[in-house]
Design a binder for this molecule. Structure first.
Ligand code: NAP
Length: 487
């Protein structure tokens, strides 16, 4: 998105008076086009006490009751003339951009007016001329403002007081833009100045983007899940079948999924903290914080929130799956069979103290880890996160984040217990999945501990406060030193 021109002086006092008049008076607004967007916008405008003049190519054709009461339905020309008489200046173009040329005959009536372009892009062009810029080229005597395109006709109609909804507005004429911003505010939206008309392309394409910030994290989580699922299926289902003819296929829908999910949750959580570590190591190595990180690291840092939420999702699903494990039919049969074997063997008490400790510690660390992860997920909600100051936010995201990583690692270690020490755990030369899932989190925790050592932490702290090692200090400082020395 282009840079905002908020820093530039937007208004002189005359503009301000005009805009405030628009906000408190009973302005006339013209809407060209009589489709879905026009109808919804007209309802909203009428609801806010505006005089609405709808200009259609054929107003006779419009069924009665289609527009809210009080809307004046006219021909396009008559609507614009009425707008001029009423002293209004805002004209919404509720048409598709390919129909803009049909308005060329109305150029004299549109001169001096503010044309609000509500259109969206037809596809992701990534650059090139936007609809709003083309409109501005077609009507050089009007001022074009882009806005309202991010709202659907449905939202306009239903969200009567939706103050959380943003309306991004951009345009090159400050007073026209301000009129639209004020109107958006008056209609109950949060109006945001998005800069000059050069930002209109990004605004037009924004409604077409599909979770752009989630793509990388989702891909990472899906790849990890596929890997761990296939690995577990190979080790616990396919190989026993090929080796001993053991039929464990029933593991696939639930048990195998529940083995892959915690591994994904743990590795994804480690992926949240790994980029921060890499950034610290890079700063230590470079001896400065004034050098840009590589692009891939920047993108990774920006994806930490999404990775954290995906980790939380997998951990929560793992908890639900684990609770359900005991209510499945297979568990019932297995308990019955074990009880029968025990009775047959004459064993009265099967209590194993170490296993009792193991399972309690394993469950407790898992529940606590999930709880802390839940707090982290909650603070990522804007409404909660905004209520925290910087120190609180850092404490939660970093302090509690590492706590949840430690608890999750402990959960897996208690689950594994001494399992990893037995050769039969490496059947078919495949290490157990929990051991694989521990590799990255343990590296992250060890890396974090190393960075906490005074030799690293003190230097890092200095670098973050602006200190630079000798080889990075700007030459100018040294030159200045020489000059002062000469003096
Ligand atoms: P629509 O229901 O198809 O209405 C478009 C209007 O354009 C028609 O009612 C018609 O009005 C006029 N029109 C149709 N053919 C024309 C032609 N050949 N020449 C001149 N005018 C013609 O479309 P809409 O859904 O209201 O969308 C209008 C604009 O709003 C689009 O640019 C769209 O991208 C934008 N938008 C829509 C929504 C939404 O939810 N619908 C959301 C955001 C943005 P008359 O017959 O009365 O002249």
């Amino acid at each position: 998105m282009a840079q905002s021109d908020m820093s530039a002086p937007l208004l002189d006092s005359g503009d301000l008076v005009e805009s405030v008049a628009l906000s408190v008076g009973d302005p006339a607004v013209c809407v060209l086009g009589s489709g879905d967007f026009s109808r919804s916008l007209s309802s909203r405008l009428r609801g806010c006490g505006c005089r609405v003049l709808v200009g259609s190519r054929d107003p006779q054709r419009l069924a009665p009751g289609l527009f809210p009461e009080g809307t004046e339905l006219k021909t396009q020309r008559a609507a614009l003339e009425a707008l001029a008489e009423a002293g209004g200046s805002l004209v919404f173009l509720a048409l598709y951009p390919e129909h803009y040329p049909s308005l060329l005959a109305l150029r004299p009536l549109l001169a001096g007016r503010t044309l609000v372009d509500v259109s969206n892009a037809s596809g992701l062009k990534r650059g090139g001329e936007s609809n709003a810029q083309r409109l501005a080229r077609m009507f050089p005597c009007s001022s074009v403002v882009k806005g309202f395109n991010g709202l659907s006709a449905w939202t306009l109609l239903t969200g009567a007081h939706d103050h959380s909804r943003q309306v991004l507005v951009c345009g090159d004429c400050p007073s026209s833009k301000l009129s639209v911003l004020v109107l958006a505010q008056r209609l109950g939206f949060r109006a945001v100045d998005a800069g000059g008309l050069c930002a209109s392309g990004a605004l037009e394409e924004a409604p077409l983007l599909l979770f752009p910030s989630w793509r990388g994290p989702l891909l990472a989580a899906a790849t990890l899940f596929t890997f761990f699922y296939l690995y577990t299926a190979l080790k616990n289902v396919l190989m026993p079948y090929l080796d001993r003819g053991e039929n464990n296929l029933y593991h696939l829908p639930l048990v195998t999924v529940n083995q892959a999910l915690p591994a994904v949750a743990l590795v994804t959580l480690a992926l949240v903290y790994l980029p921060g570590l890499l950034a610290s190591v890079l700063q230590l190595y470079r001896g400065t914080k004034y050098k840009r990180f590589p692009d891939w690291l920047d993108r990774w840092m920006c994806a930490r929130k999404q990775l954290g939420l995906l980790s939380f999702l997998c951990a929560a699903l793992h908890a639900v799956y684990s609770v359900c494990l005991s209510i499945r039919r297979a568990s019932g049969y297995m308990i019955l069979n074990a009880a029968y074997r025990q009775v047959k063997a004459g064993v009265e008490n099967s209590w194993v103290e170490t296993q009792v400790w193991r399972s309690d510690l394993y469950l407790s660390s898992g529940i606590l880890g999930l709880g802390v992860l839940c707090v982290l997920a909650l603070t990522s909600l804007p409404s909660v996160g905004h209520a925290l100051n910087w120190r609180e936010f850092t404490f939660v995201q970093s302090g509690l984040g590492y706590t949840s990583l430690v608890l999750s690692v402990a959960h897996v270690l208690f689950f594994g217990w001494d399992f990893a020490l037995h050769p039969w755990a490496y059947q078919y030369y495949l290490p157990p999945v929990f051991l694989l899932s521990l590799l990255l989190p343990c590296c992250v925790l060890i890396g974090r501990c190393l960075l906490l050592l005074p030799c690293c932490s003190v230097r890092l702290e200095r670098i973050r406060r602006g200190w630079e090692s000798e080889r990075h200090r700007p030459k100018q400082t040294q030159d200045n030193g020489d000059v002062f020395g000469d003096v």
